[in-house]
Design a protein around this ligand. Structure first.
Ligand code: BES
Ligand code: MN
Ligand code: MN
Length: 458
């Protein structure tokens, strides 16, 4: 049977199985979901077994890793490592979801559910691609190793150790990851740059308890005022981050990339529609809005907490203030050096009368890859066969810390080939996956097997 007929015949089942996958609430950040992650890993490993892989669930000090192998193409054939994550982000605020996050619902050709786009739908399309290929054609012409983790959204700590300690087992010629968006339904995209990440939590402590702001205000330092001022001082009036030496290691995009940017049809209006923001911010002066996301570093407050936030007014000086602050970094910035500069800057900005604690959370290296060589040629071929045109090579503003790590530790090129449309509400309420892109993803991956086999044998 042809691949096309196989896709047609199984189309509905591919969607139903994804729905089952999406029903499992695999929220890695929440300890109350620990059992759900374990159950999700078992479910996924079962599916890998069903499509002919030798699969296992590997326990870690955190959530398990799912690993599967199909090494039937022979020693001369190339081996491809497919990475993805089955954990998802928390779902709050729940009342903003039009249908419950773990009851997948189809509306307007989209599956709405937490994890549909990031990243369960995008790993499951690899599972179904392998199934379809075996059903329609037979054993794929490449060896396949699937590694799916349950801790991407919380920093991939245990996967990092696993990769470091299992280099031989994971040895491969290329790595393929579907965990990124594409520019539009008719603009397939390969992502060649990701930002890195530094994430800290700052806690300020002033008086022993909340105080009457009339009785003490003016004499006692207010932690909320102080924190607001400290955060404000981290950027200047041109939108530039004030940490000393912060921009020294930033690499300008190449002329080729600058030229490519002019051909990208994404508009500011689309960004406004996606976000619902009343207008785009000033951002960094003189930088194209896409480059502000793709090739320039940023600093953002991700959470802020202090004082009285209930109904009406309450005149107090809060005892504490807390902020979660992250920076997105670009090549060649060093997360460790940036964290140290940030900690030092915050210490120097701290007014008298307060104590400060800084806790470090996740971090990740920025990443950039020159889209040359057999892997990228194969991707172009496969994409062209399914979408009728080759991919755009773009950068993205998000982070996947394991990507630079896999590239370095295993010494393989990484292809980021994702099928998520812009505005899919990753990490937000009402996350969705285009059903059409899911099926096109399955088809593209089957074409990629052949294209990689050809390119690596040539
Ligand atoms: N799939 C995303 C990364 C992504 C998002 C890449 C948008 C390109 C565009 C990934 O699951 C993610 O959310 N990563 C985190 C990293 C963190 C938790 C260490 C991120 O970017 O915030
Ligand atoms: Mn993801
Ligand atoms: Mn994510």
């Amino acid at each position: 049977m042809s691949l096309k007929a196989t896709f047609e015949r199984n189309r509905q089942r591919y969607e139903e199985e994804l729905t089952d996958f999406l029903k499992i609430p695999s929220v890695s950040a929440r300890s109350e979901h620990k059992q759900d992650l374990a159950r999700c890993a078992e479910w996924l490993a079962g599916k890998l077994t069903e499509v002919g892989m030798a699969a296992e669930v590997i326990a870690t000090p955190g959530h398990p890793i799912v690993y599967g192998e199909l090494l039937e193409a022979g020693e001369d054939a190339p081996t491809v490592l497919v990475y993805g994550h089955y954990d998802v982000q928390p779902v709050e605020p729940l009342d903003e979801w039009e249908s419950p996050p773990f009851e997948p619902t189809v509306r307007d050709g989209r599956i709405y559910a937490r994890g549909s786009a990031d990243d369960k739908g995008q790993i499951y399309l690899h599972v179904k691609a392998l199934e379809a290929y075996r059903e329609a054609v037979g054993t794929p012409p490449i060896n396949l190793k699937f590694i799916f983790e349950g801790e991407e959204e919380v920093g991939s700590d245990n996967l990092e150790n696993f990769v470091r300690n299992n280099k031989e087992r994971l040895a491969s010629d290329a790595c393929v990851v579907s965990d990124t968006p594409m520019l539009a339904a008719d603009l397939p995209s390969v992502v060649i740059g990701l930002r890195g990440l530094v994430y800290i939590e700052v806690r300020l402590r002033g008086p022993r308890q909340d105080l009457h702001s009339g009785a003490y205000g003016g004499a006692v330092t207010n932690p909320a005022n102080a924190l607001a001022g400290m955060i404000a001082a981290l950027k200047d009036d041109k939108g530039r981050i004030t940490l000393p030496g912060f921009y020294d290691d930033v690499i300008e995009p190449s002329d080729e990339e600058k030229k490519a940017l002019a051909e990208i049809p994404t508009t500011e209006k689309e960004l406004l529609e996606q976000t619902g923001a009343p207008a785009l911010g000033d951002g960094e002066e003189g930088v194209h809005f896409l480059n502000r996301i793709w090739t320039r570093p940023t600093l953002d407050v991700n959470g802020l907490l202090s004082g009285y936030t209930g109904e009406g007014a309450k005149t107090i000086i809060p005892a504490t203030a807390m902020a979660k602050i992250s920076l997105r970094l670009v090549p060649n910035q060093d997360p460790e050096a940036v964290t140290q500069a940030l900690e030092e800057q915050l210490r120097s900005l701290l007014p008298v009368g307060l104590e400060m604690e800084i806790e470090r959370h996740s971090w990740g290296l920025p990443w950039y890859s020159d889209p040359a060589g057999p892997l990228f040629r194969a991707a172009s071929t496969a994409v062209k066969e399914v979408f009728g045109r080759g991919p755009l090579f773009i950068r993205e503003g998000g982070s996947i810390p394991i990507v630079p790590m896999i590239e370095r530790e295993l010494g393989v090129p990484v292809l980021l080939l994702g099928f998520v449309l812009p505005g899919s509400n990753l990490h937000s309420p009402n996350e969705w996956l285009s059903i059409e892109m899911y099926h096109k993803g399955i088809a593209t991956v089957t074409r990629l097997y052949d294209a990689i086999a050809r390119e690596y044998r040539a």
